[in-house]
Design a protein around this ligand. Structure first.
Ligand code: FE2
Length: 254
């Protein structure tokens, strides 16, 4: 599995407090079966000094993980706040991955800006493709699958947190995944206790409910393609998969 959203750098945001917590998180993820992680510290403004701190801490993390003998590939990204000179992000040096993708945090409190489509259009002109972070947090968005489909056709990608498949939102998250409106998954880990780096349980739920093909696609194949900078085109599926196909998946174990 590849974790596409996690906070592993100590002292830069609301993630781990120190290197001990940071390494405990990475160890936890490796034991859970996470083989690679996109590290996504919050980026609220395009501040070059902050970018330097983030880059320095990321290099130190890579060194410490290697020294500890933990087998996890780490890639630096960021969770970029909506509305801040986003179209200049590719000149900034921190934030994008695979040359053109970045994790975009919509505004807090479940609010989705009516200008989102316009922002996406401008980003597209700059060759940037945002991945909308933890879309399950925005009820107005996940309940409006037509708008989600439109956003995907505008080249946005959609990420959900692993725990969305485990808690009360599970039905919604599974429905979106079935409609191909979930492209990648992240733990959104912040600390080893209350917000851990775990995804295996969510993988098992997706495999059981939607089949191994879908689980592999959103936990492994699409993340790898994005990290490698490949162009990913995933058309949404308008109709939900029929129930008998789900049963066939379960019987076959596929
Ligand atoms: Fe996050």
């Amino acid at each position: 599995m590849i974790d596409m959203h996690c906070h592993l750098l100590p002292g830069v945001d609301d993630g781990p407090r120190d290197w001990d917590e940071s390494l405990a998180l990475v160890r936890q993820g490796a034991e859970d079966g996470i083989r690679a992680a996109l590290v996504t510290p919050h980026l609220g403004e395009l501040d070059p000094e902050r970018a330097e701190v983030v880059k320095r801490k990321f290099s130190e993390l890579v060194g410490r993980v290697r020294e500890e003998g933990i087998n996890m590939r780490l890639i630096l990204g960021a969770e970029v706040a909506f509305g801040l000179g986003l179209e200049r992000l590719n000149e900034f040096g921190v934030g994008t991955f695979g040359g053109r993708y970045f994790l975009l945090e919509l505004l807090p409190l479940g609010f989705v800006s009516p200008s989102l489509e316009e922002v996406l259009f401008n980003l597209q002109l700059k060759g940037l493709r945002p991945v909308l972070a933890h879309i399950e947090r925005y009820p107005g968005l996940v309940d409006d699958t037509e708008r989600l489909e439109k956003l995907v056709r505008m080249r946005a990608l959609l990420q959900v947190n692993a725990e969305a498949f485990l808690r009360k939102q599970a039905k919604t998250a599974l429905k979106l995944a079935r409609m191909r409106l979930v492209h990648i998954v992240g733990s959104d880990a912040h600390d080893p206790r209350s917000r851990p780096m775990r995804m295996a349980e969510a993988y098992r739920v997706v495999k059981w409910e939607l089949g191994a093909r879908t689980a592999e696609r959103i936990f492994e194949e699409v993340p790898e393609a994005l990290l490698s900078g490949k162009d990913v085109d995933l058309e949404p599926v308008a109709k939900e998969e029929k129930i008998f196909r789900r049963i066939v998946h379960r019987l076959r174990g596929t």
